[in-house]
Design a protein around this ligand. Structure first.
Ligand code: C5P
Length: 233
C-alpha cells in the first residue's frame, strides 16, 4: 500500500517516544512534522535521529518570521537536514519569504497563512482589514509570488486558496478530524481528512487522532494510522 498524504504531527517532549511513533506509523505516513518544541529541545541531532528510522519526509515547522537576512540565515542553518517542508509566516512579507526560498533550493518553503487558533476578532484586532478567509487568501498569494512551494491553511480556506494560487502549490491543512473522532479537542472548525483532500489539499496534518492511540501500544497506533490512511488512498 502506498503511503497516505498524511503529515503526522510528532508532538511529544520525549525523543524515544517520537522515534517509536515514527517506527509504528511510517508504512502509512508520508511526512513527519517536527515543531519548535522538538527542534529547540533535540536540535539537529533529534531531526537526524528521526530521519535514521524512516524514509518518509520531514516537515520542519519552525514558523520563521524575522527580517529577510535573519530568515535567510535560519533557513540555511537547517538546510543540511534537507527537510521537504520548512515553514515561515507568510505575514513576514514577500522579501522575507523570497530570502528563505533563495537560501533553501532543495526545500519547499511553506507559507503559514492565518493560524487556525485565531478567531475573527483576533484577526481584526491584530490589524488585518479583511476577515480570516480573505486574509489567508491574500497571504497565500504573497507566499506563492515569493516562490513558496507550499501553503498551510485551515480546511475552510482550501478551496478559495486553491482557486487563487492554481494547481502547482502544495496545500497542507491541519484542523482535520476523522469522522469517528468524538471531540475536536482544541480544533474548532474541522473537516474530515477525506473532505479536506477533496477540497484541494495535498496533505492533511494529523496529530492526536493518531498519536493518542499510543497509550494502547505500537500495534494499536499502526492500525490507527493504517485505518485513517485507507480512507485517503
Ligand atoms: O490537533 P492535532 O493533534 O491533530 O494537531 C496537529 C497539528 O495541527 C499540531 O501540531 C498543530 O501544529 C496544528 N494545530 C492547528 N490548530 C489547532 C491545533 C493544532 O493548526 N487548533
Amino acid at each position: 500500500m502506498p503511503k497516505a498524504p498524511i503529515v503526522l504531527a510528532v508532538d511529544t517532549p520525549e525523543l524515544a517516544t517520537a522515534i517509536a511513533w515514527v517506527k509504528a506509523t511510517q508504512d502509512h505516513v508520508s511526512v513527519y512534522k517536527l515543531g519548535l518544541e522538538f527542534y529547540l529541545t533535540f536540535g539537529s541531532d533529534g531531526v537526524k535521529a528521526i530521519k535514521d528510522v524512516t524514509d518518509s519526509d520531514i516537515f520542519l515547522d519552525l514558523k520563521l518570521h524575522d527580517i529577510p537576512h535573519t530568515v535567510s540565515g535560519a533557513a540555511k542553518a537547517v538546510s543540511h537536514l534537507a527537510p521537504r517542508f520548512l515553514t515561515v509566516h507568510a505575514s513576514g512579507g514577500e522579501a522575507m519569504i523570497r530570502a528563505a526560498v533563495e537560501s533553501s533550493p532543495e526545500t519547499h518553503i511553506t507559507g503559514v497563512t492565518i493560524l487556525t487558533s485565531l478567531s475573527e476578532d483576533d484577526v481584526s484586532s491584530i490589524g488585518f482589514e479583511k476577515n480570516a478567509l480573505d486574509s489567508a487568501v491574500g497571504l497565500a498569494r504573497i507566499a506563492v509570488t515569493a516562490g513558496a512551494g507550499a501553503i498551510v491553511c485551515s480546511p475552510l480556506e482550501i478551496a478559495a486558496i486553491r482557486s487563487a494560487v492554481g494547481s502547482a502549490p502544495i496545500i497542507i491543512t491541519p484542523g482535520v478530524r476523522p469522522a469517528d473522532t468524538a471531540t475536536g479537542d482544541d480544533q474548532v472548525r474541522t473537516m474530515t481528512p477525506k473532505a479536506a483532500i477533496s477540497s484541494g489539499a495535498n496533505f492533511v496534518v494529523i496529530g492526536r487522532p493518531i498519536t493518542q492511540s499510543w497509550s494502547l501500544g505500537s500495534d494499536a497506533m499502526r492500525e490507527r494510522a493504517a485505518y485513517i490512511a485507507s480512507e485517503l488512498i
